[in-house]
Ligand binder design. Structure first.
Ligand SMILES: *[C@@H]1O[C@H](CO)[C@@H](O)[C@H](O)[C@H]1NC(C)=O
Ligand SMILES: *[C@@H]1O[C@H](CO)[C@@H](O)[C@H](O)[C@H]1NC(C)=O
Length: 380
């Protein structure tokens, strides 16, 4: 074969691989798209931003129609939310069905809504009425999904703070707070029955901030460190996030459940904080999120569940200027509101050079296709 035509075939190959297939090969990481701000770009601009980096999943704190409309045909999966203020209302099946007809049905299938969270961190709050209404609201939403024939494509869950744990160390001794067991036991039965994931918001940053002298920074930032070994299981932990996840697996097991997946619905690190918020810095935020991304790209599981890759939604997409609380609360974003990165964690790099370590079946198909094209080229 002539050099020129061989070159042409190889070029076509590379084009095919880079243009069509590599787009889908990026590391599968989610991001929380919070909007407690007065200066964020439009949802259409955000859709463009997210498609230029390797973000495949987005979690919202509401069901903003502008966002759900802007992401039609985007191939990005969505977790949408029913706010705590709407939980009691949703216990009524007519209201639940009306909510789905208005906020979910019109966007399917163009916008890939795959999960609805009912409430956020309800069990770590103080409102016991809300706690009692949470599961009935989830059941009511699930019943309405069944009625509308959507229960196979949309999960129902709720997101928890790690503060629902009474004990978290060592991970094998993880247990839920005693006073919450009455709510969590039936919730776990529900997850098990409908096969939906347990969502955990986990922030090793809080542990470090509370005890910077006792908690090694390297351990929370996924950097080389001695780690800790669980005396009951002999499992070794080289970072706190994995220890937190496994303590929740242990807490569920103690209540009879080994059949429920855990997903990290929020984790992150602030790039700025007040003087009494040690650890909050651009450098640490870049290290935490950058190292986390590497772990995700490796398809790594926790020591207790090595074959179950961690599934993570980073908090958050943007710095949100109207969030109340300490300075850190307004500085969790990977991006400033103008769309420029607060720091570089290599999301672009993952898009351009998907690591073989993350070899998914898609990757194999891609390389298979490439080889096939080369073989065809050689024999033509
Ligand atoms: C209850 O939910 C329905 C359906 O979304 C909605 O139309 C109604 O306004 C809600 N009521 C309250 C009091 O929020
Ligand atoms: C719902 O959650 C289960 C358990 O985590 C998971 O296997 C399934 O893929 C999820 N469904 C959708 C539509 O995301």
């Amino acid at each position: 074969m002539e050099l020129l035509s061989r070159f042409r075939f190889v070029a076509i190959c590379l084009l095919l691989l880079s243009g069509q297939v590599l787009q889908t090969l990026c590391v599968s990481v989610g991001i929380n798209y919070g909007q407690i701000a007065n200066n964020l770009p439009s949802p259409t601009q955000v859709a463009g931003l997210l498609q230029s980096i390797s973000i495949s999943k987005v979690k919202l704190y509401d069901a903003d129609p502008r966002v759900l409309g802007a992401f039609g045909n985007s191939n990005i999966e969505f977790i949408i939310a029913i706010g705590n203020e709407n939980i009691v209302n949703m216990t009524d099946s007519t209201n639940a069905q009306a909510w789905l007809r208005q906020n979910v049905q019109p966007y399917l299938p163009q916008t890939k809504i795959t999960c609805i969270t009912v409430g956020n961190e309800v069990f770590s709050g103080t409102d016991t009425t809300l706690m009692s209404n949470l599961l009935p609201a989830m059941q009511s939403i699930y019943g309405a999904l069944v009625t509308l024939g959507l229960d196979k494509q949309v999960n129902v869950s709720t997101a928890h703070s790690a503060a629902i744990l009474g004990n978290s160390y060592p991970p094998s001794s993880g247990s839920f707070r005693e006073d919450l067991v009455q709510y969590i036991q039936p919730l776990l039965s529900f997850h098990s029955q409908i096969k939906s994931p347990f969502l955990l918001n986990a922030y090793p940053f809080f542990a470090y901030k509370a005890d910077p002298n006792g908690v090694p920074l390297e351990y929370v930032l996924f950097q080389p460190n001695a780690g800790s070994t669980d005396p009951n299981t002999n499992l070794h932990y080289d970072n706190m996030l994995y220890a937190q996840i496994d303590s929740v697996y242990s807490a569920m097991k103690a209540m009879g459940h080994t059949d429920i997946d855990i997903r990290i619905s929020e984790t992150g690190w602030p790039s700025k904080g007040d003087s009494d918020e040690p650890g909050a810095s651009i450098e640490n935020a870049a290290t935490y999120n950058g190292n986390l991304l590497k772990r995700i790209a490796m398809n790594q599981g926790t020591p207790l569940k090595p074959s179950v890759p961690i599934d993570v939604y980073v908090f958050a997409l943007f710095n949100e200027d109207l969030k109340p609380g300490p300075t850190s609360e307004r500085n969790y974003g990977l991006f400033y509101p103008d769309g420029s990165p607060v720091y570089n964690i290599g999301l672009q790099r993952y898009l351009l050079y998907p690591s073989l370590a993350s070899s998914s079946s898609k990757l194999m198909v891609a390389y298979g296709l490439g080889i096939l094209i080369i073989v065809v080229a050689v024999f033509v």
